[in-house]
Design a protein around this ligand. Structure first.
Ligand code: AP5
Length: 239
């Protein structure tokens, strides 16, 4: 375990439709490997809550289930990835989401992340999380989260011990604004139209690793850890 923790993991990209379990798995990867979760959705929601300029621009777009413009999201990601805590690796949860974002990320990594021999040399591992459509609807309508610690629950699949109360800190759980059925359908459509090309982009580059994310959370994690470890071992062997 210590050996796994100290290794350069490099960028881990989690691709998948809304409700695929990206946030759930990102938290587990972050805990296991000691690298940060960079969730564009979480950063945007935090900006909306704080009423920043970015939050004001993003608020109504997110409420409709549309995507926030690329230039806003890319600037936000660049700022976060330049933090020292990303040097051994990081998990991108919800980014890239358009072909333009994927092209931008490749250029950013080439110019800024791989420019220094002290930094992680692993190419990104791109994990595609595959889930059945009806299961996605159940996961999204049943999702509740803790506003204090961020822990994610599901009334159908991972209920808290006491109804509507966080197991960790006792906070009242909340439902996300965009987890209403009409908005969920918009988000799923945005995924098909705008994010499907990103899947194809990485597929053509031979970098895509599919994972069966229909399984229970622990079984999905096992697959994800296995793939990350074999990717970073192969990269270590090449350096
Ligand atoms: P974002 O926050 O990224 O939302 P999303 O992609 O729609 O994904 P979700 O967070 O809904 O789902 P998830 O895959 O993380 O699933 P989770 O682990 O929570 O984006 C929100 C909005 O921000 C976008 O609509 C857009 O407007 C904007 N935005 C964000 N990034 C952007 C970008 N790059 N460009 C432009 N705009 C951007 O799990 C879901 C539920 O299922 C939970 O209840 C969980 O407990 C449960 N669950 C998870 N895994 C399992 C399992 N294996 N079995 C059973 N239940 C499970």
């Amino acid at each position: 375990m210590a050996e796994v923790i100290s290794r350069n993991i490099g960028p881990v990209i989690l691709l998948g439709p809304p409700g695929a379990g990206k946030g759930t798995q990102a938290k587990r990867i972050a805990e296991r490997y000691g690298i940060p979760q960079v969730s564009t959705g979480d950063i945007l929601r935090e900006n909306v809550q704080r009423g920043t300029e970015l939050g004001v621009q993003a608020r109504s777009i997110m409420a409709r289930g549309d995507l926030v413009p690329d230039y806003l999201v890319c600037d936000m990601v660049a700022l976060r990835l330049r933090n020292a805590d990303c040097q051994r690796g990081f998990i991108l949860d919800g980014f890239p989401r358009t072909a333009a974002q994927a092209g931008w990320l490749d250029a950013f990594l080439e110019n800024e992340f791989f420019d220094n021999s002290h930094r992680g040399k692993c190419l990104p591992i791109v994990i595609r999380m595959d889930v059945d459509y009806n299961q996605l609807l159940l996961r999204l309508t049943g999702r509740r989260s803790c506003p204090t610690c961020g822990r994610i629950y599901n009334v159908h699949f991972q209920p808290p011990r006491v109804a509507n109360t966080c197991d960790v800190d006792g906070s009242q759980l909340v439902t996300r604004n965009d987890d209403r059925e009409d908005v969920i359908r918009e988000r799923l459509t945005a995924y098909e139209l705008q994010t499907r090309p990103v899947v194809e982009y990485y597929e053509q580059k031979g970098r895509l690793v599919p994972v069966n994310a229909d399984l229970p959370v622990d079984e999905v994690s096992e697959q994800v850890f296995r793939e990350i470890e074999s990717h970073s071992t192969a990269a270590a062997g090449r350096s």
